[in-house]
Ligand binder design. Structure first.
Ligand code: PLP
Length: 379
């Protein structure tokens, strides 16, 4: 009888075991410090991430969704202001726009890179537009040079949703490399456990080079408090706790090697599928490195559900990021939009499949996954 492997989509336990001593010690140190909230670990992590990203301010917060919300609160957007974002994204990006009573303006994505279509951004700008939120989907940057050029021309803020691309680099036209999330007005990220830099619970952060925005966001994350018990504006309670910060300090030291492990797994997949007529491998955005939060293929002429069932039966998980575009989600139904309005996003939702991608993928796992896919789609 054939032995069936059982592979994970993301191997957090394998990753933990390699750095167990460092992580256990970091957790223990927090436990005995009893500085559980806003302790020194949080401040040290923020400093170390500032250095890593080469950005002036990192403001830790409770998760990547809060990070987006706090960024938008700090920019003083008013109800009804329009915020342009990509339709092909995780719901959080549009959710906070709607929650703040701003108007989400969805645009299609580029069919090659799956990141926001800059021509579509230009077409969507109106006098009420205040910001663009590019999403660095699956681990590579949107075309930040064009996004920034458009933003400058129309005097718009740019909030980079970097939840999936921490560690990626983008080369601007002046030849300088910038870390994802440090190019726009504000960058945001998530430390959800499966993210490229993930903690062991929830976590997030906001980045900016602007002192005023930073001061404002430091106040907003802490109940709008300026001096102790002086609340200058309505804020939120959004904290990264010390335990998560201590874990993240350890993992940040390994982030570059984590990115490299993901890139080398992606290279293996690429080589296997590059010339296959029924799959398109991830297209690299010129100017951006890709840190492969996900490895996502676009299928053509393949029964996706059948492929997933075949893989599942071989112990190989797969995921569909994302099965339904935002404009066809119940919560985001809007008379402005109907099925067919976003042909690229709609086609991607119908045809993408993400394969296991993490830092612990071994060559024989990759070989098994590739062979199993080819077994179904034909080599
Ligand atoms: C693109 C994107 N934005 C925002 C978020 C929200 O992050 P969190 O789950 O930490 O709130 C995620 C998380 O999956 C994401 O993928």
């Amino acid at each position: 009888m054939e032995t069936v492997k059982k592979l994970p989509m993301v191997d957090l336990m394998g990753q933990y075991h390699k750095i167990k001593d460092e992580i256990d010690q970091a957790i223990h140190n927090v436990v005995i410090s009893s500085a559980y909230i806003n302790g020194p670990e949080v401040k040290s992590f923020a400093k170390e991430l500032e250095e890593y990203l080469q950005v002036k301010h990192v403001i830790p917060c409770a998760n990547g969704t809060d990070a987006l919300q706090i960024a938008m609160m700090a920019l003083n957007f008013q109800p009804g202001d329009e915020v342009i974002t990509a339709n092909f994204t995780y719901v959080a990006t549009a959710e906070v726009i709607a929650l703040l009573k701003l108007k989400p303006v969805l645009v299609d994505v580029d069919p090659a890179t799956m990141t926001i279509d800059c021509d579509a951004i230009e077409r969507a700008i109106t006098p009420k537009t205040v910001a663009i939120v590019p999403v660095h989907l699956f681990g590579q940057c949107a075309d930040m040079q064009r996004v920034m050029d458009i933003a400058k021309k129309h005097k718009l803020a740019v909030i980079e949703d970097t939840a999936q691309a921490i560690g990626a680099d983008f080369k601007m036209s002046d030849g300088k490399m910038h870390k994802a999330g440090t190019i726009g007005t504000i960058g945001t990220t998530s430390f959800f456990p499966s993210k490229n830099l993930g903690c062991m619970g929830d976590g997030g952060a906001i980045f900016t080079n602007d002192d005023n925005h930073a001061a404002r966001m430091r106040m907003i994350v802490n109940h709008g408090q300026g001096a102790l018990y002086h609340h200058d504006e309505i804020g939120v309670n959004s904290r990264l706790d010390s335990m998560q910060a201590a874990i993240l300090r350890v993992k940040l030291r390994h982030l570059n090697e984590y990115c490299e492990a993901r890139q080398s797994a992606a290279a293996y997949y690429d080589k296997a599928f590059a010339n296959h007529p029924k799959v398109k491998i991830p297209v690299r955005m010129s100017g951006s490195t890709h840190v492969f939060h996900q490895y996502t293929l676009t299928l053509s002429g393949v029964d996706r559900a059948g492929l997933r069932a075949h893989l599942e039966q071989k112990g190989i998980p797969s995921m569909i990021y994302y099965p339904i575009p935002l404009h066809l989600q119940k919560a985001y139904a809007d008379p402005r939009y109907k099925a067919g309005d976003f042909p690229v996003t709609e086609a991607l939702c119908a045809n993408v499949i993400s394969l296991p991608m993490h830092t612990e993928l071994k060559k024989d796992d990759l070989q098994y996954i590739v062979e199993s896919v080819l077994e179904y789609i034909g080599s």
